[in-house]
Ligand binder design. Structure first.
Ligand code: 13P
Length: 239
């Protein structure tokens, strides 16, 4: 299976001009699976780029429309050119109070409207230390995928990203063996591609991407520089 490289730009504060300059200096991914999840304002600018890098959103609401100031709908993401969305990122779960139930609503919305998504799951440090890692991940997955068949998830090209909360933005990536244990656990229950995210850098990229249980990486901070991200594209295996 092709390995997958996804940048999560978070609230990166890039202007449209900066985002287009970023694309301009990247090497062509050719047939590699490379994607960037960008702030809403950059989707239309970046979608349909000549490098064929897939552009996605980082969040959306579970309702089709309504009085939800500041939110965005699935239809609007698609209309702007997004061809995937990140759902359940831990920053939204933990900093913005998103619950498993709310995320399940978003998953349902994406399925109904046919938008592919990356579901993020992961435990906090406290949960890991209490030995709750697998229970937390199972409950996040079971809740998000309630009532959905494996067939539906596969048809939509759904990906799972394992992002231990303690490894995100901490400079302290999880050990490969820790990651593989969790990925194998996830794949046994939901046989979908599983990406790893949490302090992925150019230094640990190759080791991570070569591990057979790691189907790709979701990169935050290190994806913001075109030189680094460009090198990751080059290091990503072809097939
Ligand atoms: P960092 O790579 O900055 O740790 O962020 C990971 C992440 O949250 C990707 O979604």
């Amino acid at each position: 299976m092709k390995k997958i490289l996804i940048a999560n730009w978070k609230m990166c504060n890039k202007s449209a001009a900066e985002a287009l300059n970023f694309l301009n200096v990247l090497p062509s991914p050719q047939k590699k699976d490379v994607r960037i999840a960008v702030p809403f304002t950059l989707i239309r600018e970046m979608a349909g780029n000549s490098l064929k890098i897939r552009i996605g959103g980082q969040n959306m609401h579970s309702y089709a429309e309504g009085a939800f100031t500041g939110e965005i709908s699935c239809m609007q993401l698609c209309d702007a050119g997004a061809d995937f969305v990140i759902l359940g990122h831990s920053e939204r779960r933990h900093l913005l109070g998103e619950t498993n139930e709310f995320i399940q609503g978003k998953v349902e919305r994406a399925v109904v409207e046919g938008l592919s998504f990356v579901l993020c799951v992961g435990e906090t440090l406290e949960e890991r230390e209490l030995g709750e890692t697998f229970d937390i991940i199972q409950s996040q997955l079971d809740s998000a995928f309630e009532d959905l068949s494996e067939e539906q998830l596969k048809t939509l090209g759904v990906l799972i990203a394992y992002e231990p909360v303690w490894a995100i933005g901490s400079g302290k990536s999880a050990e490969i063996s820790q990651i593989c244990k969790v990925h194998d656990f996830i794949k046994e229950k939901y046989p979908l591609p599983v990406l790893y995210g949490g302090s992925v850098t150019l230094e640990n990229f190759e080791k991570l991407i070569q591990a057979s249980s790691i189907d790709g990486v979701l990169v935050g901070g290190a994806s913001l520089g075109a030189a680094t991200f460009g090198q990751m594209i080059q290091l990503l295996p072809e097939g």
